[in-house]
Design a protein around this ligand. Sequence first.
Ligand SMILES: N[C@@H](CCC(=O)N[C@@H](CS)C(=O)NCC(=O)O)C(=O)O
Length: 222
Amino acid sequence: MAEGIVKLLGFWGSPFSRRVEMALKLKGVPYEYLEEDLPNKTPLLLELNPIHKKVPVLVHNGNILPESHLILEYIDQTWSNNPILPQDPYEKAMARFWAKFVDDQILTLGFRSLVKAEKGREVAIEETREQIMFLEKEVTGKDFFGGKTIGFLDMVVASMIPFCLARLWEGMGIDMIPREKFPELNRWIKNLKEVEAVRECIPPRDKQIERMTNIAEKIKSA
Ligand SMILES: N[C@@H](CCC(=O)N[C@@H](CS)C(=O)NCC(=O)O)C(=O)O
């Protein structure tokens, strides 16, 4: 049932909650946004997501949903306009595969491993680039990962790579996805910025660089 109040508990710098906002905006779903202060989580967040205590959490018609991939699928099935997941079963499964690859593999290599690599920084950069090259191949010849229009995988990759991890890399002085090596991904990033629903969900660049740099410092000194 598509009617009903939608609430989203999120955080401005979180790729996981920004991608959910992209989907809600693309589909034109009105929602109430509740910003969390992550170091001081609200009692509401702890009540709604007692297991992981993380954002995003979507609340709709008494349904409480954590986990961004599941939320995106729920939104797609509840509001059927502007579909974001492929209809074809194989394509749908592969979109989920690549989304998990980005949130697991690229996030781990391009963030934690890279930040911790002291002497082996160049090696860590190359390892991250090798993984990103799979995405370069995946988007080759297409406007978006989803084809002609923006979809589920675009939202996952966009929120995580150009609008989050790339800010960390920028702060570290690393040009991780140079145009000469990744022409297709750079073309895709340009296409993304033409979509209003995406543009409205890009965290402020300098603020994101500062946030990511602070997290990196904490990881290094842990
Ligand atoms: N797998 C989750 C990850 C969510 C997540 O890691 N959220 C972070 C914000 S970027 C969070 O709430 N962290 C708070 C904490 O770890 O205490 C998803 O896809 O929604």
